[in-house]
Write a protein that binds this ligand. Structure first.
Ligand code: AMP
Ligand code: MG
Length: 429
């Protein structure tokens, strides 16, 4: 079935006014992870997606061990009424085992990470213990088993420690190392080709002629793709002429899993891009009910669906030309799509968090808006306000902002003091 037919099966509504959620759902329904894997040394796997479940080959930690510096004791020997005097018969350090077994009335000084000596079951932290020569006085009120980390409490032998589809972040690198994994199987990197379209565009390094603007979209795209860890093919600026555009599309589709273009998908008269996309592939042109970023194309370029291409095919995202619209559509549609193709499961979501909007915002129902906002803590409360200028061509609004203020499809105007949802640009990991 063609993409257009699948789309019309799922959506009985007008592609002229698709909601953000409908567009996102349709894109997700079409994509399958790239099925090619490689084994990598652990550090090189940062940012990749696990191809197979990783099962813990042994308990982590492998042995019970002390969580604190203190004294290893037998809990049954401690008095419940007053302090208990015990003789210290040795010390056990992390990485050591204590030879022998402390007898009745004895204890062992123990360091964090060390194995509790035979017969001991509780660690009393050194801060509460009174040292008296070669003895210690242990106060009453110690819990049995306290301050001992149990074997397998982090990861139990035979249990899946990480499932296929898990994105490898710093915590996963450490976790894999704790299992002794020197190499892991991961999905191969996605190959993403991108180019900018427009006769008015000039590449950096060349002086601007009259009427030209520097191409910034290839740089924001580069930055966003680099953060996701894609292999990139930058095909530069392509003139609004059918020959150059066709060559660029063919080169991109032959080399990449995904092709991202900017510009040329609106109704402007010089927009050949749409015609060529339609000719070289199977492409849906959408007017998404969102601001910024209304026009967008999604589909496949090349492959069996396109009789005159070379048999290669790639997913296509034809993003709008306006610089802010490029970033908004990338984050709202392309980012998840790339993670999906990379095999990530679940997708690394970006939470929507509530914040108090300190100023009124004009908004009409029937479209989702992604205003650029500044989120800050004011008097103990997270507050947000839109950055001054919100034009979709004004990239400074993205740079000055630290979040999107997401104004939902059905939402009307926002009054000062209302709660709004924000999507923070930078996460911790
Ligand atoms: P278009 O969608 O091609 O009609 O472009 C919409 C607006 O975005 C126009 O003002 C273009 O000059 C601008 N634009 C398109 N592509 C780029 C780009 N790569 N860098 C900066 N501005 C762009
Ligand atoms: Mg253009």
């Amino acid at each position: 079935m063609s993409l257009a037919a699948r789309f019309s099966c799922l959506h009985d509504h007008d592609p002229e006014a698709l909601s953000v959620d409908q567009a996102r759902r349709f894109i997700h329904s079409q994509l399958r992870p790239v099925r090619a894997y490689e084994r990598l040394a652990l550090r090189s796997a940062l940012g990749r997606v696990l191809a197979r479940d990783v099962v813990a080959p042994f308990n982590v930690p492998a042995h019970d061990n002390s969580a604190m510096d203190g004294y290893a004791v037998r809990h049954a020997e401690l008095s419940t009424r007053g302090a208990t005097r015990l003789r210290v018969v040795g010390t056990v350090l992390a990485g050591q085992t204590f030879a022998g077994k402390p007898g009745v009335g004895q204890c062992v000084r123990i360091m964090t990470g060390a194995l509790p000596p035979a017969g001991t079951d509780t660690v009393v932290i050194q801060e509460v213990v009174h040292v008296d020569g070669d003895s210690v006085l242990i106060p009453a009120g110690q819990r049995p088993g306290q301050n001992i980390r149990l074997a397998g409490e982090d990861l139990a032998a035979g249990q899946p420690a990480l499932a296929a589809g898990r994105l490898i972040r710093p915590a996963e690198l450490g976790l894999l190392a704790s299992l002794g994994c020197a190499e892991v199987s991961v999905h191969r990197r996605l190959r993403v080709a991108f180019f900018s379209t427009g006769d008015e565009l000039c590449s950096i390094g060349t002086p601007l002629a009259d009427g030209e603007v520097y191409d910034s979209n290839r740089y924001t795209l580069f930055g966003m793709l680099a953060r996701i860890g894609c292999e990139m093919l930058d095909l530069g600026v392509v003139r609004d002429d059918p020959g150059s555009l066709e060559a660029a599309f063919r080169e991109a589709a032959a080399a990449a899993d995904v092709v991202i273009t900017s510009g040329g998908v609106s109704v402007g008269e010089a927009d050949f891009v749409k015609g060529l996309m339609a000719q070289l592939g199977e492409v849906l042109f959408w007017k998404i009910a969102m601001k910024p970023g209304r026009p967008m194309a999604f589909g496949r370029i090349g492959g069996a669906a396109a009789a005159d291409a070379d048999g290669h095919s790639a997913w296509l995202f034809g993003l709008p030309g306006n610089p802010v619209a490029v970033m908004a559509t990338f984050y709202q549609f392309v980012r998840d799509a790339l993670y999906l193709l990379m095999g990530a499961q679940p997708l690394p979501g970006v939470p929507l968090l509530p914040a108090v909007c300190t100023v009124a915002i004009r908004k009409s129902t029937g479209r989702t808006e992604f205003q650029r906002g500044v989120l800050a803590r004011v008097d103990g409360e997270w507050c947000v306000r839109p950055v001054g200028v919100q034009g979709s061509g004004i990239l400074r609004s993205m740079s000055d902002a630290n979040c999107f203020i997401v104004l939902e499809h059905d939402r009307g105007p926002v009054a000062a003091g209302d709660s709004v949802s924000v999507q923070v640009f930078d996460g911790l990991l």
